[in-house]
Design a protein around this ligand. Structure first.
Ligand SMILES: NC(=O)c1ccc[n+]([C@@H]2O[C@H](COP(=O)([O-])OP(=O)(O)OC[C@H]3O[C@@H](n4cnc5c(N)ncnc54)[C@H](O)[C@@H]3O)[C@@H](O)[C@H]2O)c1
Length: 352
């Protein structure tokens, strides 16, 4: 019997979800929901989904096994809590939520309901990102002592034309909360628990149309004693992609670079003995600023891998690769950067 899945929120990233879900033979997408009735109906028609709803409870009560959540960030909690109430497994887009209290309620509710709860961080499924995880797991790369995240992207007025974007009350952050959270998630998965964060955010270029940050710098200290730096900005034209690098006590370094934005990460630096490799990811031949739709299309194979992992987790009764608890870590670091920037103090985290 097929897993009956619904999709909540019929905007841009929902296209990745429905495309990936429609590719999986174990799955049947049976319904979608969006407060905009026409958008929901059009989405259902386009992707061959039999039912569309404007009422969330109607979708959730329509005999589903699982839902995926593609609403703006501040609406993630209400959908995940409702899914848990209906006893449905739930896979939510990043960020998990916009406050730690929300994230904790989502984790507690899905635990109490005994349903699987995953959060979409599809960059975890890049082979180049998993190669670092594997090198750490088998000891070829030791516990990292130094790490860095660099995210240098470009955003413009068109991107922020979506009314919920660019405002603290409806997006809860900018370059960090929405773009760099993927790269912070990867760094955190390599470095282990973070214990202290100091940072500054600013709106240096895009202030004409956003109030959230377009730039952030921070230092992060980990329970292991390791240190990492972060430089994030959506002010670059052309965009220069992103890179996450870790290096161990022996001085060996591994990195994963994303250029242009949305394309699969590549190991541009790899100095593990006997495996040394350097790769130039930049080239004038490459279009450094693909349109958002192209960025999303390039992400589909990795959405597919993570959605497949989630479906297998449900069918095999195991945790998905990125659980709610795992996704909480990147949110905690980002909220600590905001707090540190506000207060000027170092923010201590409860190492978890
Ligand atoms: N994993 C990724 O790489 C990636 C990429 C883009 C967006 N996202 C995430 O996906 C989410 C949605 O982003 P988007 O760009 O698709 O936004 P969008 O604005 O294109 O679409 C959001 C949709 O949600 C609907 N919606 C709003 N409130 C709702 C509710 N309470 N119930 C049901 N539907 C509701 C809106 O009407 C809209 O159709 C965000 O959290 C974003 O961070 C993830």
């Amino acid at each position: 019997m097929k897993l009956r899945v619904g999709i909540v929120g019929c905007g841009k990233i929902a296209i990745n979800h429905v495309t990936a879900l429609n590719d999986l033979p174990e799955v049947e997408v049976v319904g979608v929901c969006d407060p905009d009735a026409e958008r929901a109906a059009e989405f259902a028609r386009t992707f061959g989904v039999p039912h569309s709803y404007t009422d969330l409870d109607e979708l959730l009560g329509s005999g589903l096994d699982a839902v995926t959540v593609c609403t703006p960030h501040p609406a993630h909690e209400l959908v995940v809590l409702a899914a848990a109430r209906h006893g449905l497994h739930v896979l939510c887009e990043k960020p998990i939520a916009v406050t730690l209290d929300e994230a904790d309620r989502m984790i507690a509710a899905t635990d109490a309901a005994g349903v699987k709860f995953g959060v979409l961080f599809q960059r975890r499924f890049w082979p180049a990102a998993q190669r670092i995880t594997q090198a750490l797991a088998d000891g070829r790369l030791g516990q990292p002592i130094v790490g860095s995240v660099i995210v240098r992207l470009g955003r413009d007025a068109d991107y922020y034309a979506e009314p919920w974007r660019g405002r603290w009350d409806t997006e809860a952050g900018g370059a960090l909360m929405t773009q760099a959270i993927h790269h912070v998630d990867l760094l955190s998965s390599y470095m282990g628990p973070a214990v202290a964060v100091r940072g500054r955010i600013a709106t240096l270029k895009l202030g004409e149309f956003i109030e959230v940050e377009d730039t952030a710098v921070a230092t992060i200290e980990f329970a292991s004693g390791a240190l990492a730096s972060l430089q994030v900005s959506t002010t670059f034209a052309p965009g220069l992609g992103a890179q996450i690098l870790v290096s161990d006590h022996a001085g060996h370094a591994a990195s994963v670079a994303e250029f242009p934005e949305g394309t699969p990460g590549q190991n541009d630096i790899w100095t593990l003995p006997g495996e040394e490799q350097y790769r130039q990811v930049y080239s004038p031949e490459i279009n450094s600023d693909p349109e958002l739709a192209e960025i999303h299309t390039n992400l589909v194979p990795f959405h597919r891998l993570q959605i497949e992992d989630f479906v297998r987790a449900v069918l095999d009764d195991r945790d998905p690769l990125v659980t709610g608890r795992e996704a909480r870590k990147s949110l905690e670091i980002i909220l600590a950067i905001y707090e540190s920037s506000r207060t000027g103090d170092t923010v201590q985290l409860a190492a978890s």
